[in-house]
Every structure is written in C-alpha cells, then in structure tokens.
Design a protein around this ligand. Structure first.
Ligand code: DAK
Length: 262
C-alpha cells in the first residue's frame, strides 16, 4: 500500500486470512507518530472491510512493540493545538472501532501509548522480553490514550495506580499474572504463537467471532443485567445463521465444520 511507517502482509492458508501489521520505525523504537497512527488506522479499516480477512495481528520489533506516542511531535504542543487537532481521539480511536478481532503480538517495550495500543487490542500475546509501562508521569503528563481507564479495568486499581503514579515497568510474567496479557511465550516463538491464534480464529465462523467480540466489549460498558440481556439477544440471533446449523450438525456427525460465514 506504500505505507511509510508500517508494513502489511496477509497470513494463512484457509479461505480467511489474518492481516498482519508491523509497526516499522525501528530507529525510534516504533514511537507512535501521527503518520504511523494514520497508517495503522487506514490498514485496520481496510482489513476490517476485506471479506478475505478474519482477524488482524499488530506487532512491532523484537526491541519494541512501541515506546509510546512520539515525544518529539508532542513536545511543543500547546493546549489549544492539542484540543483543536483532537490529538489522540482523531486517529488512535480507530483501533477500537475495528469489528474483527485484533491481536497484539508484543516483544520488548510497550510503553505509554504502546501499552495503551496493546490494551486497545482484543488479545495480547507477549514475548518473555516484553515490558509494559505507563511512564508519562515522568514527562509531566498523564496517559492520554485510555491508560488511566483501561489499565484499572484490566488489572485493578492497586496495580494501575502503581504503574501510572510511579512509572514502574512490569515484565511479561507480571503482566500475565495480573491479567494484562493473554499468553507469554519465548521471544523466538512470538509470531508463531500470535499467528496460530489468528489462524484458529480465521477457521471459525466470522459472524459469531465478531458478535462474540462485541459482547465481551459490552461487559466494559454496561451494568451486568444489561450486558446479559445483550448477550442473550445476540445468542438468539445466531440461530438465524447457516454457521450455527453447520457447527452443530458437524458436531453431531463427528466431522469438522465447514463455515460459510453467513
Ligand atoms: N518518542 C520519540 N522518540 C523516542 C521515543 C518516544 N516515545 N522512545 C524512544 N525514542 C527514540 C529515542 O529518542 C532515540 O532516538 P535517537 O536519540 O537515537 O535519535 C531512539 O528512539 C532510541 O531510544 P533510546 O536511545 O532511548 O533507547 P534505550 O534502549 O536507551 O531506551 C526506552 C529505551 C524505551 C527505555 C527509552 O527510549 C524511553 O524511555 N523512551 C520513552 C518512553 C516513554 O516515556 N514513553 C511514553 C511516551 S508519552 C496526551 C498526553 C500524553 C500522551 C498522550 C496523549 N494528551 C494530551 C491527549 C503521552 C503518551 C505517551 O506515550
């Protein structure tokens, strides 16, 4: 696509493939510049709209998933500029509007906006080398891409306050223990594991995958009774799909299902 700051590729041998986006500003440790976030948003939108794609993997390098928002771009901001340009909301929030699953494959630093970007994804697969943190307080600001909200929801107040108020970095083992990441693997296996998760998702029924994601997201936005009601309506609606018929018939006939994503 002629991107400057990301690479894109497709992976898989089934009818649905995984889109893979690699953040690619190695000399700045993948600092999340405005251009990078525009390009990431563009790639995610394209994959979300592509009928041949079942989910997306976002990754960085072995040294850094992303070392945060680009400090050199922010250093001279004033309040009016940050507000008028709708800094962060304008392009970062696109990540949260993707309806297909987004998997973060994280090695090395995931700091500030990098940690926040990982938290915007649905599932985080981390290398043993991964380090997560919200060090913005050392720059005289605070997390500005959802960190003060998503972190406590993911790991609870005690750990979130520790990370946000002291800038302490946590390693992959602690991140897994407190619920920030889904799986931890040796660094050399990171992409194999992330792509295996992606392949597994791509082989399932896309409508039920997308609706399952929407239901889990609802858990963050609604009281329990409303969330349960939402889930129940979605569950009922899935009996209108061919994939439900196929999935249950295949189970009873002791064969693999062939989902048509309809
Ligand atoms: N931005 C720009 N450049 C960065 C960068 C970043 N976040 N992180 C690293 N780099 C650059 C370094 O400047 C250096 O460039 P050169 O000097 O080679 O030109 C190169 O990447 C390599 O970095 P180091 O030489 O520092 O490498 P080390 O291995 O020694 O250290 C490190 C790695 C990750 C520990 C260190 O680079 C570091 O501490 N980086 C900054 C981490 C950080 O503070 N991240 C949080 C960024 S702030 C908002 C307000 C605030 C925010 C958002 C919104 N609103 C008002 C809405 C804040 C968001 C953030 O994410």
């Amino acid at each position: 696509m002629g991107y400057e700051t990301i690479l894109t590729a497709e992976h898989g041998d089934g009818p649905l493939k995984a889109g893979v986006v690699t953040l690619n500003r190695p000399t700045q440790l993948n600092a999340l510049s405005d251009t990078l976030m525009n390009e990431l948003g563009d790639a995610l939108r394209r994959y979300d709209a592509d009928d041949g794609i079942g989910c997306v993997v976002v990754t960085g390098s072995q040294k850094a998933f992303a070392a945060g928002a680009d400090i050199s771009e922010m250093a001279e901001f004033d309040y009016v500029q940050a507000y008028r340009e709708d800094f962060i909301s304008r392009n970062w929030e696109i990540v949260t509007t993707v309806r297909k699953p987004v998997i973060a494959a994280v090695a090395g630093f995931a700091l500030g906006g990098g940690c926040e970007l990982a938290m915007m994804c649905d599932l985080v697969v981390a290398a043993e080398t991964a380090k997560f943190g919200q060090p913005e307080i050392r720059l005289g600001v605070i997390p500005g891409a959802g960190g003060t909200q998503r972190l406590p929801r993911a790991v609870g107040k005690a750990k979130a306050m520790d990370m946000v108020l002291t800038a302490r970095l946590i390693d992959a083992a602690e991140a897994e223990r407190i619920g920030l990441v889904s799986r931890v693997v040796p660094a050399e296996r990171l992409m194999d594991e992330a792509l295996a998760v992606a392949d597994q998702i791509c082989r399932l029924s896309l409508p039920s995958i997308m609706l399952a994601k929407e239901c889990v997201e609802r858990a963050y936005e609604t009281p329990l009774a409303e969330g349960i009601r939402f889930e129940r309506r979605i569950f009922h609606s899935l009996f209108g799909t061919g994939d439900q018929r196929e999935g249950m018939a295949a189970f009873l006939e002791k064969r693999a299902p062939v989902f048509r994503h309809e």
